[in-house]
Design a protein around this ligand. Structure first.
Ligand code: GLY
Ligand code: MN
Ligand code: MN
Length: 540
């Protein structure tokens, strides 16, 4: 059933009394991703499954904040991308070929959705329930999540079973079909042992499927993997394979590894390929999230006063987000003045007055699931000092070089290499480092994909039209750095979201001023918040 058919049906139902619940749902925003989008993504996913294979994707866990208060629920982005379903305690199974159901019906997808429960819905909100989920999401087969326990799906009969890394923070609740139970039921049906280690398992299977002419390369690859996952070294099969002295002994090790259809990597790899390229619908939402974030930056530029706190500045950004209907921040907002700006993911935002310093503001509105990631750095007092301006302009030049390197077919590393070259050269010219000296003033990468996640999945391969990446060089000079004190506590990051196009790129966040002159001009403008006056609670 298409979205339009559902709308027509709901309108018809509204003509009858007693449908106030449905009528209220009609008043929701109308620009979410369409049912057809999610359906097309499932189709694209199924086409990438190997023959006779199955993929299982779980909803995110509900996470506890403290006592009886949970964090706001956020769906697993892969699960949302493939289904559009926003509720917890559910799972979706996608098959490479249609399967026959108990009544002879054929289906190649099944969602196990949360049951309706009037009492719980009164406290925590409405649920679609399996029946309506089938219609609204247009998924071939939707069953109550409690049906998975008895579902006749023989996972051992498939050539590949794709599944995600299991979360280790899933709580068992009173329900017998919560996420905890769904995962355990799946583990038991698929024969996944208690001590299953996805990395070890993947390496074992790689060894098993490798050809003798590749053994040496593979041994070196595995050895490199043990550097960032030292636990792998304790595994006897891995130890023996790396240390083996001959092709013959490696052949024996490979032959001793049992064949397994469990594949904890296929799902991740395909989701990287699919989510890297944004469709028109996705770009519309992403553009909106980015534009909202830019307006946040602009309004803060206008409203900034030196005596403002980091918290208040954060509040102005987030007020703008909500004013435009962006539900959340895509990641915890970063507002750091002076030294605090040197802390890359500073989220305390509790300095009482930003006076005298540069204020680094890295915030992204999340609009219908898609998040922006935009950083501007501005002087609390409205004018850059000479030192602040010099550092700022290096970062700006580095960012321009990085953005120029955003070309289809170009390397994902190219923006970073271009930005780093500028920063290294200019820092040496200012005498902050010696020429060729390695330094820690630019300690992070320059680009990542952005989308449903702020650090969105992608292949890392040549840049492709339709993907969106950040370009975000920075220079951070905390007090105590080995350079003249006049540079201390200057921290600058400038971050824009860049769409790769067929012919080059488009800066989606160009609306937010970037140059020293444009920022100072914007800061001199009147703010709509100027006359906002609230009572002084300390004087009451
Ligand atoms: N806001 C996090 C980042 O820039 O990657
Ligand atoms: Mn970023
Ligand atoms: Mn950022």
């Amino acid at each position: 059933m298409t979205t339009n058919t559902i709308r027509r049906l709901l309108l018809a139902l509204m003509l009858f009394p007693g449908f106030s619940l449905i009528a209220q749902e009609i008043a929701l925003p109308t620009d979410y991703l369409s049912t057809d989008f999610h359906k097309s993504r499932r189709q694209a996913f199924k086409e990438k499954l190997p023959p006779n294979s199955v993929a299982v994707i779980f909803a995110n866990p509900v996470r506890n904040r403290a006592n009886d208060v949970d964090y706001i629920y956020h769906q697993d982005p892969n699960f949302y991308y493939l289904t559009g379903y926003k509720e917890p305690h559910s799972m979706v199974i996608l098959f490479s070929e249609p399967q026959m159901g108990p009544n002879g019906e054929m289906y190649d997808e099944v969602l196990f959705a949360q049951s309706r429960n009037a009492r719980e819905e009164m406290w925590t909100g409405r649920r679609l329930g399996p029946d309506r989920a089938g219609e609204v999401l247009d998924i071939a087969q939707v069953l109550d999540h409690s049906a998975f326990k008895e579902a006749d799906i023989n996972f051992t009969a498939f050539d590949k079973v794709w599944f995600p890394q299991f979360h280790n923070d899933v709580r068992d609740t009173r329900s017998e079909a919560d996420l905890y139970d769904l995962i355990n039921q799946f583990r038991s049906k698929a024969g996944i042992p208690e001590d299953f280690n996805p990395r070890k398992h993947a390496i074992h299977q790689q060894i098993r499927e490798s050809t003798p002419d590749y053994y040496q390369n593979l041994a070196e690859e595995i050895f490199r993997a043990t550097r960032w996952d030292p636990g792998l070294k304790d595994d006897p099969v891995i130890q023996e394979f790396i240390g083996a002295g001959s092709v013959e002994s490696r052949k024996k090790i490979a032959a001793s590894i049992p064949k397994s259809n469990l594949d904890p990597q296929g799902l991740t790899n395909v989701m990287k390929q699919l989510r890297e390229i944004k469709s028109g619908e996705e770009l519309k939402l992403l553009r909106k999230a980015v534009s909202i974030s830019c307006v946040g930056q602009i309004e803060v530029m206008k409203a900034m006063r030196p005596e403002m706190s980091e918290t208040e500045i954060q509040g102005i950004h987030e007020f703008v987000f909500k004013k435009y209907g962006a539900e959340y921040e895509g990641y915890p907002s970063i507002v750091g003045a002076g030294y605090n700006g040197c802390i890359l993911h500073y989220i305390e935002n509790n300095r009482p007055s930003v006076d005298g310093d540069l204020v680094l503001m890295d915030l992204g509105a999340e609009y219908h699931g898609y998040t922006a990631d935009v950083t501007r750095t501005i002087p609390a007092n409205g004018k850059f000092t000479e030192e602040q301006k010099l550092i700022y302009n290096i970062v700006l030049e580095a960012q321009d070089a990085g953005i120029a390197a955003c070309q289809p077919g170009g390397s994902m590393r190219a923006p970073h290499l271009a930005a780093k070259e500028v920063i290294d050269r200019r820092l040496a010219e200012l005498g902050i480092i010696k020429e060729g000296e390695s330094h820690n003033y630019f300690p992070h990468g320059t680009s990542h994909y952005v989308g449903l996640d702020v650090h969105d999945p992608g292949t890392g391969g040549p840049l492709q039209a339709g993907s969106v990446i950040t370009v975000e060089p920075g220079i951070y000079i905390p007090a105590g750095s080995p350079c003249d004190e006049k540079w201390w506590n200057i921290a600058v990051r400038i971050e824009d979201d860049i769409l790769i196009t067929e012919t080059g790129h488009e800066n989606l966040s160009a609306l937010a001023p970037r140059t020293v002159e444009a920022i100072e001009q914007m800061m001199a403008q009147k703010s709509v918040l100027e006359n906002l006056s609230l009572p002084d609670l300390d004087k009451q």
